[in-house]
Design a protein around this ligand. Structure first.
Ligand code: XMP
Length: 324
């Protein structure tokens, strides 16, 4: 179906790029969906696919390196790694409203993507005519209406909305009818490593929406470290695969504590973990108190800037999975 959609019959005015297909651009987010979409499309049309990975400075610890090594080094898929941290973080300075954060990130994403598409076209193989996205069935539903409620937008999801129209590109969405578990099965079938296929979902706006209030480089650094310790404890306890999504959020609240002989006045970190089948509804994960105590002790001891840890026991609805 992918070969048929991007076959040259539809766009005879543009010359053949690779193996006779129109060129496809695919944005990689670092998550499972876009990765599976990219590998599937690469199987179908080879180097007519180019992937773009935009590092917006809002990724988790080690995430950019993992994506680059998986795609470029292991799967040999053409990948452009765009370092756009300064651009995004500068634009987000002082932005507190979650929707403004999402829109700012979405707008910049489109700008960076457009610029990359132009650069890609300069290699003489023609401009990409297709944009691939790892849209899943629940994304299609949730962007239309919200479970159990009126048809209102709860969060303006997904990073590249508006891009295809603006760039005059046709969409290729090979996962549009699949649920997450089916995408994971497909990823395994395509030979993606288990550790990648089993990854928890990560939102396009990244850590920006796990840092309520204005995002700063200092807060992101603290959040990255704390999140890594939390996930490390979850993996050590053998719980990672039982959980749909686990992450930390750095709250815009400082609390008083005692550190050694002195007083500390540092950030409060909220831990979140939920079970779910599609992200549309979710239950908080019932950790043992001993696990939570261990994670909290390690975080406060190892992460400078955090002196208090709380656990979020809200399910969805009425909460949402992310804090913003
Ligand atoms: P919520 O917070 O709405 O999240 O319960 C449901 C699922 O969607 C992810 N999420 C996003 N993904 N862009 C994304 O690509 C977004 O703006 C966004 N907001 C939430 C969230 O991580 C969870 O998996």
């Amino acid at each position: 179906a992918i070969q048929k959609q991007v076959g040259l019959g539809r766009s005879a005015e543009r010359p053949s790029q690779a193996a006779g297909y129109g060129r496809v651009l695919c944005g990689l987010s670092g998550g499972v969906d876009s990765a599976v979409a990219a590998v599937l499309i690469h199987e179908a049309i080879g180097d007519a696919l180019t992937c773009v990975f935009v590092d917006h400075g809002l990724l988790r610890q080690g995430e950019a390196e993992e994506v680059v090594s998986l795609f470029r080094d292991h799967n040999n898929i053409p990948l452009r790694h765009v370092q756009a941290q300064e651009l995004f973080l500068t634009a987000l300075e002082g932005v507190e409203d979650p929707e403004v954060k999402r829109k700012t990130i979405g707008r910049l994403f489109i700008e960076v993507f457009e610029a990359e598409a132009k650069k890609i076209a300069e290699d003489g193989r023609g401009a990409p005519q297709f944009l691939a996205q790892g849209t899943l069935y629940p994304d299609v539903i949730e962007s239309v209406s919200f479970t159990g409620g009126p048809s209102v937008t709860i969060k303006s999801h997904h990073n590249v909305g508006g891009l295809p129209e603006r760039m005059n590109m046709a969409l290729v969405e090979p996962l549009r009818e699949l649920f997450k578990d089916e995408v994971r099965a497909l990823g395994r079938e395509l030979g993606l490593p288990e550790a990648f296929v089993g990854r928890h979902p990560f939102p396009g706006p990244g850590l920006a929406i796990r840092c309520p209030g204005a995002v700063t480089r200092e807060k992101l650094e603290i959040l990255r470290k704390a999140d890594a310790v939390y996930l490390d404890e979850i993996r050590k306890a053998g719980l990672y695969d039982e959980i749909w999504q686990a992450f930390a959020a750095l709250l815009p609240v400082r609390s008083v504590g005692v550190m050694g002989d002195g007083r500390s006045y540092d950030y409060v970190l909220a831990l979140r973990a939920v079970t779910s089948t599609d992200g549309m509804t979710a239950d908080f994960y019932p950790f043992d108190m001993s696990f939570l105590g261990r994670a909290a002790t390690r975080i406060v001891n190892e992460v400078k800037g955090v002196n208090r840890v709380v656990y979020d026991v809200t399910s969805k609805p009425p909460g949402t999975i992310e804090w913003e």
